[in-house]
Write a new protein. Structure first.
Ligand SMILES: *Cc1c(COP(=O)(O)O)cnc(C)c1O
Length: 461
């Protein structure tokens, strides 16, 4: 380093406020002190390297603080109309489930204690039995999520016979990084593809089954639709075939629709685990936090002998659920089995909202905001099920379309997302759409307050 440069470094060093002073200055920023200290140290180090101004240093600290604060998990308001929104945490849990989580989480519980004899008990045996009863299966168990359930099933059922027979029409990608062929490979199984993308027949399966077949896997096409010249083999037919060849049939159902009456415009009704079990499928797996409306979990229901095999596999221990999940799930399953009046979960309640109700709610929002300066219109806008469930489906309803006279829809959307409780909307024809279906009723005042602020905002900050 030449002398001139050294000089310069010394000068800026002298002008750097001390770390302690900076921590003091930003102490009420909302980040814990240890985190804030690390943020400031990092910014100061960069500042030393780059020899910028103090203003520059402060600007970079402020931006790091606000960036990290936005990444903390916090409540947001879902005004997208997408009920199972994976980016927004999928199914919101009901009040009762929330209370159960607090109760289990803040005290000791009988998680693995048999209260009858005081000896070690089995984790989750009640919720497993309840899930079996609910789905009409012999037995059930629970792991972390449906992807984990599938890995466990493949691991356990292909220990000796490695081949898994899957239709080419079902070699799908479900969400980020979840591809059926990759899952099979990573679980050490061999993929045996049958049929074509659009057509697979019973004969195709029949030809593929042999001494090496460990299982037949059917994957629910939960997040896309194929139409036209298509043929697939129902899980019922597969069961007949599997039964003849003494080969277990597994159905990765994913979505986990437990409402037999769920009818959403524009789709064939989503299959239920009960139907698959009824048809004789050996194992069915589905998510807890999609249509079921519970916490993240992978639920496996089916034949007792196979479920026991899964539970004896070493992977089961690695994929097991926490007490919070098991007790939350217990609450949800009990709501289904309780057959009480009213929706079983907030997700179910959102499905039941009528188009008229969404219209009335939009109109009342519009009334409250009549002097906000925003241009508003109540427009027809369907909600969707989301979460890769019922593709092409729509839930008839209305949304409030909002336009700020001086700002683009994108800027307005960003502003709504930037409040103390972020409001997440969508954009259509250069307007912000706010769909009331997914806004919990107690959140209305927050949405309205933020919209009023939007009306007054000049777009400068
Ligand atoms: C969603 C889905 C999964 C993955 O479920 P997670 O609970 O998110 O792991 C697997 N299979 C199907 C068919 C799905 O729809």
């Amino acid at each position: 380093m030449d002398e001139k440069r050294l000089d310069c470094v010394h000068m800026t060093r002298r002008s750097i406020p001390s770390i302690d002073r900076l921590i003091q200055q930003y102490s009420d920023c909302g980040l814990p002190r240890g985190f804030l200290t690390a943020v400031i140290r990092k910014a100061v180090n960069e500042h030393r390297r780059e020899a910028g101004t103090t203003e520059h240093l402060n600007a970079s600290i402020r931006s790091a603080i606000s960036g990290w604060k936005q990444q903390r998990i916090q409540p947001v308001i879902n005004a997208t109309g997408v009920v199972i929104h994976t980016n927004l945490g999928r199914a919101p849990l009901g009040q009762g489930v929330g209370e159960k989580l607090v109760q289990t989480g803040t005290q000791y519980s009988n998680l693995e204690l048999d209260l009858g004899n005081g000896k070690r008990g089995s984790r989750g045996s009640y919720v497993e039995e309840a899930l079996a009863i609910l789905s009409g299966a012999e037995a059930a168990t629970v792991v972390n999520n449906c992807a984990a359930a599938l890995v466990l099933i493949i691991k356990a059922l292909t220990e000796r016979k490695k081949e898994v027979v899957v239709s080419r029409g079902e070699l799908v990608q479900i969400g980020g990084g979840f591809r059926i062929p990759d899952i099979l490979e990573s679980a050490g199984a061999t993929l045996r593809e049958v049929g074509t993308t659009n057509r697979t027949s019973t004969k195709d399966y029949e030809k593929a089954l042999g001494p090496e077949t460990g299982m037949i896997l059917k994957v629910h096409q939960s997040n896309f639709q194929v139409s036209g010249f298509v043929e697939s083999v129902s899980h019922g037919e597969l069961k007949k075939l599997g039964g003849r060849k003494r080969c277990p049939v597994v159905f990765d159902l994913g979505t986990g629709n437990l409402f037999p009456g769920l009818e959403v415009e524009g789709t064939a009704t989503e299959p239920t685990p009960m139907q698959a079990i009824n048809a004789g499928v050996d194992l069915v797996c589905f998510s807890g936090d999609k249509l079921m409306g519970g916490p993240q979990a992978g639920i496996i229901v089916g034949k007792r002998s196979l479920v026991s095999r899964l539970k004896k596999n070493p992977f089961f221990r690695a994929l097991r659920c926490d007490k919070l999940i098991l007790s939350g799930l217990q609450e949800v399953v009990e709501a289904y089995l309780g057959e009480e009046d009213g929706p079983v979960s907030p997700v179910a309640a959102m499905f039941e909202i009528s188009a008229d109700e969404t219209k009335a709610r939009c109109s009342s929002w519009k009334n409250v905001l009549s002097r906000s300066g925003l241009k508003m219109e109540v427009v027809e806008a369907p909600g969707t099920v989301g979460g890769g469930s019922l593709p092409g489906s729509s839930l008839k309803g209305f949304a409030l379309a909002v336009r700020h006279v001086g700002l683009s829809a994108k800027k307005s959307l960003d502003f709504l997302r930037g409040g103390e409780v972020p409001v997440i909307g969508s954009i259509q024809s250069d307007r912000v759409l706010l769909n009331p279906r997914t806004v919990l009723e107690h959140q209305d005042p927050i949405v309205l307050k933020r919209l009023k602020e939007l009306g007054q905002w000049e777009g400068l900050a």
